[in-house]
Design a protein around this ligand. Structure first.
Ligand SMILES: CC(C)(COP(=O)(O)OP(=O)(O)OC[C@H]1O[C@@H](n2cnc3c(N)ncnc32)[C@H](O)[C@@H]1OP(=O)(O)O)[C@@H](O)C(=O)NCCC(=O)NCCS
Length: 167
């Protein structure tokens, strides 16, 4: 599993099948993430400023990430839309396959997608007590910016706001 080449990566879109969405929901549940519904994911995937990546092993999804591009701009002479920043909404790896580089692969894919859209900064928020995630982000070049007090509910908890510069 140390060889990232065995992973197949692809970007989801509005044609995403129900099976794919169900697999994503299963990972979300196993990871105890906030509860997005199938409708939430479909609405998100239909947005032009939404980007998603998955990692599959033998055609089974083992990790996914959802990111929103923000602050659109156009450069002179082109009709292409670019974005200043991006925000990671969700990233999760099936607990059975954590600590094998899948999370890093997801982040690398998000960075590649961000760069191709002109993004200069990626932001995220994470529960203060989620040491595994905060360490994972730090090791992947995100750094702590500030704490948003009592940002999360059930249970109530502070959020760490972290960012990674791409320039
Ligand atoms: C945070 C999360 C996405 C990280 O995913 P992951 O696949 O475990 O991440 P990685 O494998 O890339 O990195 C994690 C660890 O594995 C290690 N690792 C990576 N590849 C490895 C390999 N081939 N062999 C052994 N260890 C490896 C990394 O060095 C890192 O360990 P370290 O922190 O001791 O250095 C995952 O823990 C998760 O889904 N958590 C639950 C959901 C969650 O909290 N999401 C974040 C919400 S903001």
């Amino acid at each position: 599993m140390s060889d990232n080449n065995i992973f197949e990566n692809k970007i989801l879109d509005s044609d995403t099948t129900k099976d794919t969405l169900n697999e994503i929901l299963k990972i979300q549940k196993r990871c105890g993430l906030s509860k997005w519904t199938i409708k939430d994911y479909k609405n998100e995937f239909n947005r032009i400023d939404s980007r998603q990546v998955i990692v599959t092993v033998h055609k089974t999804i083992v990790g996914f990430a959802v990111m929103r591009l923000i602050i659109p701009y156009q450069t002179n002479g082109t009709s292409n839309l670019f974005f200043e920043e991006a925000e990671i909404f969700n990233i999760a790896v099936d607990p059975k396959l954590q600590n094998r580089g899948v999370g890093k692969t997801l982040l690398e894919k998000l960075v590649a997608v961000s760069l191709s859209s002109g993004v200069k900064t990626i932001w995220l928020e994470v529960r203060e007590s989620n040491y595994k995630a905060t360490n994972f982000y730090k090791k992947n070049n995100f750094y702590y910016i500030y704490t948003r007090q009592n940002y999360y509910q059930s249970p109530s908890e502070n959020a760490w706001i972290m960012k990674r510069n791409l320039e």
